[in-house]
Design a protein around this ligand. Structure first.
Ligand SMILES: Cc1cc2nc3c(=O)[nH]c(=O)nc-3n(C[C@H](O)[C@H](O)[C@H](O)COP(=O)(O)OP(=O)(O)OC[C@H]3O[C@@H](n4cnc5c(N)ncnc54)[C@H](O)[C@@H]3O)c2cc1C
Length: 490
């Protein structure tokens, strides 16, 4: 960015940093990539990072960006992991963490108004002081923001009970690319100077349609009663057989499961685990709600255990300990420099079939899964522990990720976690063609200068275009397998 423009930007009166040293930290997110890949993703370091404190300051930035046609990339906690909140063509990053106001709780309606940059754990902390809590949150709760999760239409802890975040939002305030400020209700259309918009235009838009500055969110009173279980299954088939029934238990709040190989990685990372074999599957189950509902759920689980005597129930303290670890998603990183996973979801009805299929792959892997809704299961495969410090070793792991995701897509599943930049090759599995066309048309109408988060799935780098990526991967696959086999992957 030219010096005169930077001077004008500084004159806006918004907190700004523009030294290359500070800006470099916004050129990546939580996903570790070897430095050799930077030639594919040139332009990720912004020219300036702005930290607005209120909606008026966001409007000033958008007016400036529009006037000079400068790209704007919104960033909350930067935890989305597919380079959603990393710029593609320099410009401005709007870091939302100073938009951190938490207003009064409306106890009658069970609604709280918060700024878009509020961190989930911060909000939950404030709610708990008043005897309230969140209905759902991502496991990145300690560092991700409310608006960041809306932008990826998240499912996480509690969504088994309450559905996705989308259902729990009453209204959002958005600064459109033109600088116009609108309140968008969950249902119905809102009139703007450039045409009508609806809530769905912002959900999953990954920072390409405007900046969410405020959110009205449904919350709940702290549950009257809870119950936590840690169950051990002989193998994946035994778990898959009862998974749908577990998802239907009264007052079910959370189900997470891991295989024995994952437990091995925990041991290598210095954690205590129950005794296990590689084939066994362990599931943490949490019920939350009113006393009678939780009591009913407990009876249903007791009946299931009486029917399936092969399932073992582990001690209560171990169950509580494992539930506490739900917010330490990458604790196996203690032992490895990188744990590049394949992140995907499959219909719960196909879970057994899917696990069966991938168990025939000729390499060892660990996995962790979460039943996200009564119909959908999210899975993360730690196939090999790629080492991002070595380009060759890192690349040798790439085909594994592709195998897991493409197999899931064949069974009605999809990649998880949004598209951003890194999931661009799988865009066809995440948006239908008509959804993609409709989105681009909307963007052309409401963001005429195409300033909001450009260069992501709508116009990705050459090597990430689906046809180029998959042809390249097919050619590279045998080489990757061979090299990985010779040099090892971590
Ligand atoms: C350890 C770990 C656990 C995770 N667990 C879960 C999980 O349980 N469920 C789940 O769904 N995801 C999960 N994720 C992924 C990620 O944490 C979530 O998607 C999270 O909600 C992103 O929030 P963020 O504030 O970090 O957003 P960012 O990564 O900063 O941004 C995400 C997207 O939103 C846009 N954006 C951010 N703020 C705004 C705003 N105010 N207005 C407009 N656009 C904006 C950005 O441009 C970007 O496109 C996890 C990630 C990690 C690292």
């Amino acid at each position: 960015m030219k010096r005169e423009l930077l001077d004008e930007l500084m004159g806006l009166g918004v907190d700004v940093v523009s030294t290359p040293f500070e800006c470099q930290f916004y050129g990546f997110d939580v996903t570790p990539l070897p430095k050799e890949t930077s030639w594919v993703f040139r332009g990720t370091t912004p020219d300036a990072v702005l930290r607005p404190k209120n909606t008026e300051e966001v409007v000033k930035i958008m007016d400036f960006a529009n006037k000079h046609k400068i790209p704007v990339c919104p960033r909350g906690g930067g935890t989305s992991g597919y380079y959603q909140s990393v710029p593609r063509s320099k410009g401005i990053v709007i870091e939302t963490l100073a938009l951190n106001n938490i207003s009064e709780l409306d106890e009658k309606e069970g609604i709280i108004s918060v700024s878009g940059g509020v961190i989930w754990s911060q909000l939950d902390w404030e709610l708990k002081k008043k005897g309230w809590t969140l209905k759902t949150y991502p496991t990145s709760y300690k560092s991700s923001t409310v608006a960041g999760w809306i932008q990826t239409e998240g499912l996480g802890v509690g969504s088994l009970a309450f559905g996705s975040i989308k259902k729990l939002i009453k209204e959002i305030e958005v600064v459109l690319p033109s600088g116009e400020v609108v309140w968008v209700p969950n249902e119905g259309l809102v009139e703007t100077k450039s045409g009508n918009l609806k809530f769905e235009d912002f959900i999953k838009s990954e920072g390409m349609m405007g900046i969410i500055t405020s959110v009205k969110l449904e919350v709940r009173r702290l549950p009257e009663s809870t119950a936590t279980y840690l169950l051990k299954f002989k193998d994946k088939n035994d778990f898959a057989l009862v998974s749908s029934r577990l998802a239907e238990v009264s007052s079910i709040f959370f189900i997470e499961f891991v295989n024995g190989s994952y437990m091995d990685l925990l041991v290598q990372s210095g954690y205590h685990t129950p005794k296990h074999s590689k084939e066994e599957v362990f599931a943490v189950i949490r019920l939350e709600g009113g006393k009678s509902d939780v009591g009913k759920g407990e009876k249903e689980i007791a009946a299931l255990l009486a029917e399936h005597t092969e399932i073992a129930q582990l001690p209560q303290e171990e169950a509580e300990e494992e539930y506490g670890y739900r917010l330490k998603y990458f604790r196996i990183k203690n032992a490895y420099s990188s744990v590049t996973p394949a992140d995907l979801s499959v219909p719960l009805s196909n879970l057994g079939q899917y696990l069966d299929k991938v168990s025939r792959f000729r390499f060892e892997f660990a996995y962790k899964g979460e039943i996200l809704t009564k119909e959908q299961c999210g899975l993360m495969f730690f196939y090999v522990l790629a080492n991002e410090l070595s380009f060759v070793r890192f690349m040798s792991a790439a085909p594994y990720q592709m195998e897991f995701i493409l197999s899931a897509m064949k069974m009605g599943g999809s990649p998880n976690g949004g598209i951003g930049l890194l999931n661009t090759p799988y865009v066809f599995g995440l948006r239908t063609q008509s959804e993609r066309e409709a989105f681009i048309q909307k963007k052309e109408t409401f963001d005429q200068n195409w300033i909001m988060n450009p260069g992501k799935w709508t116009d990705p780098p050459f090597f990430l275009r689906p046809s180029i990526y998959f042809s390249g991967m097919k050619l590279l696959e045998p080489v990757c397998w061979l090299v990985g086999g010779i040099v090892g992957r971590w």
